[in-house]
Design a binder for this molecule. Sequence first.
Ligand SMILES: Nc1ncnc2c1ncn2[C@@H]1O[C@H](COP(=O)(O)OP(=O)(O)O)[C@@H](O)[C@H]1O
Ligand SMILES: Nc1ccn([C@@H]2O[C@H](COP(=O)(O)O)[C@@H](O)[C@H]2O)c(=O)n1
Length: 202
Amino acid sequence: MLVIGIAGGTGSGKTTVVNQIINELANEDVTVISQDSYYHETDNLSITERAKINFDHPRAIDFDLLVKHIAQLKKGKTILQPVYSFAMHNRTKDTVKTHASKVLIVEGILIFSHKDLRDMMDIKVFVHADSDERLIRRLKRDITERARDMDEVLQRYQSTLKPMHDQFIEPMKEYADIIIPNNKYNTVAIDIVRTIINERLQ
Ligand SMILES: Nc1ncnc2c1ncn2[C@@H]1O[C@H](COP(=O)(O)OP(=O)(O)O)[C@@H](O)[C@H]1O
Ligand SMILES: Nc1ccn([C@@H]2O[C@H](COP(=O)(O)O)[C@@H](O)[C@H]2O)c(=O)n1
């Protein structure tokens, strides 16, 4: 199994890049895991308390479960990937049966900050977009898709998101094999990553 990590700040375009990469791969050849599915369970907290969590700090992520699931997939086993609700700030009761395949793509803002996880990756890709561009995308996306309003996004951006990005995400570029500039759609970079994957699969 070829394990590809795709990191980058919120709104940099990680999910979009993943979709562009997998578009031309056969469905049965690729498995995708999102770090967002592995936010810790917060059943014991009220919705108001959950909304105060710093979701951009590594401690918000259940890395033990994420590492365990990737290890199981690497052994050819099937896992039950949690399903996360951004509206509830919590995992749902659902899971998605996720099978092993030739290529495993793991995407998320903090995946390069965890050494054991980093060491499981064969190729590390960092998607870069400038912070103003990312904030604009985040505002639009969170209001339309994640049940947020402008005040919530801007407040979170100033209080936790930006400082955590500068501390835990931007420095992780150091570990990247490839950095994709993604202020604009970058078809050339996607073609290069696809070529590398196809070469490794032969
Ligand atoms: N290169 C790009 N140019 C313009 N908009 C983009 C680009 N890449 C992604 N987007 C848009 O920005 C938003 C965030 O992208 P997404 O892929 O969800 O980012 P991430 O997964 O890194 O948070 C989405 O609405 C997406 O359509
Ligand atoms: N309940 C939550 C959990 C996470 N977030 C934000 O999601 C961002 C990471 O996801 P991307 O798809 O944008 O990479 C991260 O910046 C968290 O602030 C949230 O808003 N609510």
